[in-house]
Design a protein around this ligand. Structure first.
Ligand SMILES: Nc1ncnc2c1ncn2[C@@H]1O[C@H](COP(=O)(O)OP(=O)(O)OP(=O)(O)O)[C@@H](O)[C@H]1O
Ligand SMILES: [Mg+2]
Length: 257
């Protein structure tokens, strides 16, 4: 991975990196807990190219959620920069940040964080309402997305009354209703049994292709990761390219690109 210092806030459009949809350079994240500093990401470099479906596989606590939150600008790095379509995300510009969060990236939370007392359709419509769309139009689009994830007959159920797998599908519809370029999915199959995990992954693959998404999926499930275009590991705060076999302990990988 190119580790050149990058003083410019916009990457050279002729460069290899400019073809990246989402990129991180030198991403570092320390948390502070009482008096202690907890280093989680030390130098995370990533290039996600258009149309790729990439898995991040690493043990619990390695920093997968931290990485995804930084890439989605849901949290601020200690240092380093995230670029979307070759342009640095300016974390101090609230308007630009809101636009990026609401239009560029769809985020599937590790715990899907639906509002249990609202209906499935209202949950899916929420990001559209937040960006100022009219209620009727937002609900119409939400129903279309619920149909796309196979839940049209659950649109008016309260989210808290749906099964875990159904709630996860509502969360996928909510992540994609804004028409994002990038899908960041944090352990989308984490709480599901094997059969539902496969169904969920197949749904993600289908949506990824149908909507020409660029997707990054954090998962513990190696069999599912192996179906992605490539796999990254996260070790000591650094991303590394991995083959499925290497993660299982059969060989080393190289730093990610
Ligand atoms: N807000 C926080 N304050 C302090 N430490 C934190 C905070 N968030 C995360 N951490 C710590 O950072 C490390 C990485 O956490 P993270 O949630 O990114 O891991 P993960 O790889 O997503 O794990 P899992 O697979 O269990 O979801 C953990 O040791 C965690 O305790
Ligand atoms: Mg996590």
């Amino acid at each position: 991975m190119n580790s050149d210092a990058q003083p410019a806030r916009t990457l050279n459009c002729e460069s290899r990196e400019a073809r990246a949809v989402l990129e991180s350079r030198g991403l570092k994240k320390n948390y502070r807990s009482s008096q202690k500093i907890i280093p989680v990401l030390t130098d995370a470099n990533l290039i996600l190219r258009k149309g790729e479906m990439v898995a991040v596989v690493a043990p619990s606590g390695a920093g997968k959620s931290t990485l995804l939150h930084l890439l989605a600008a849901l949290d601020t790095p200690t240092s380093g920069t995230v670029y979307f379509e070759a342009k640095a995300i300016e974390t101090n510009d609230d308007a630009a940040l809101g636009e990026f969060r609401n239009r560029a990236v769809g985020f599937l939370w590790q715990r899907h964080q639906l509002l249990p007392d609202f209906t499935a359709a209202e949950n899916v419509a929420m990001p559209l309402l937040l960006r100022g769309e009219k209620f009727t139009s937002a609900l119409e689009q939400a129903r279309k997305w619920l149909a796309e994830v196979g839940l049209e007959d659950r649109a008016d159920h309260r989210a808290g009354e749906l099964s875990g797998g159904e709630q996860q599908r509502v969360a996928i519809a909510r992540a994609l209703v804004t028409g994002p370029t990038v899908l960041l999915a944090d352990e989308p199959t984490g709480d599901l049994d094997e059969q539902n995990a496969w169904a969920m992954f197949e749904l993600l693959e289908r949506l990824h292709r149908a909507h020409k998404l660029t997707s990054l999926i954090a998962t513990h499930n190696l069999a599912l990761a192996a179906r992605c275009d490539r796999i990254l590991g996260l070790e000591h705060g650094v991303l590394r390219s991995r083959e499925a076999a290497a993660i299982a302990g059969e060989g080393p990988g190289g730093e990610a690109s």
